[in-house]
Design a binder for this molecule. Structure first.
Ligand code: RB5
Length: 144
């Protein structure tokens, strides 16, 4: 069973709960690393927890939500084992899987509808990584 970790700050709570329901309906096991209220919190506290869980293999993949997605993406991508890709539309969700093989999908909760967010997640999960020239590029990402 696919195991996905999900994290969010206060801006992503509402979509987080809806996405968990959608994913569980698809048979995905979801582990919640986010805050569960709209009280203001600091996104790095949650992004690092999710990144650690993906890097250690505790979960297979991750989804992160904050207002713009940038705080989560910037923090997650500090981890060497993370490729966090920000997606704001379904075709970007497809490409972040096909070209970037993102192991964490980041969503800008304040700038996409829930309908779009759900479509992005489903696209990211359904589209396979193309490998080939994209793998060659991914291999060049780590800092020397
Ligand atoms: C919170 O107000 C907001 O700054 C945060 O959700 C995110 O957009 C940061 O990048």
């Amino acid at each position: 069973m696919l195991k996905i970790g999900i994290c969010n700050d206060h801006a992503g709570v509402e979509y987080k709960f809806k996405l968990v329901k959608m994913l569980e309906k698809r048979g995905v096991q979801v582990v919640n690393f986010g805050t569960d209220t709209t009280d203001s919190v600091d996104y790095p506290d949650f992004a690092h927890r999710l990144a650690d869980a993906v890097e250690s293999g505790e979960v297979d993949l991750g989804i992160a939500l904050c207002g713009t997605g940038n705080g989560m993406a910037i923090t997650l991508n500090k981890h060497q084992g993370i490729r966090a890709g920000l997606a704001w539309a379904k075709p970007v969700g497809e490409l972040v899987a096909a070209h970037n093989n993102a192991n964490v999908l980041v969503l800008p909760a304040r700038f996409v509808s829930y309908r779009a967010a759900s479509a992005i997640v489903r696209a990211w999960l359904d589209v396979p990584f193309e490998g080939g020239r994209h793998q060659k590029r991914i291999d060049k990402i780590p800092c020397r």
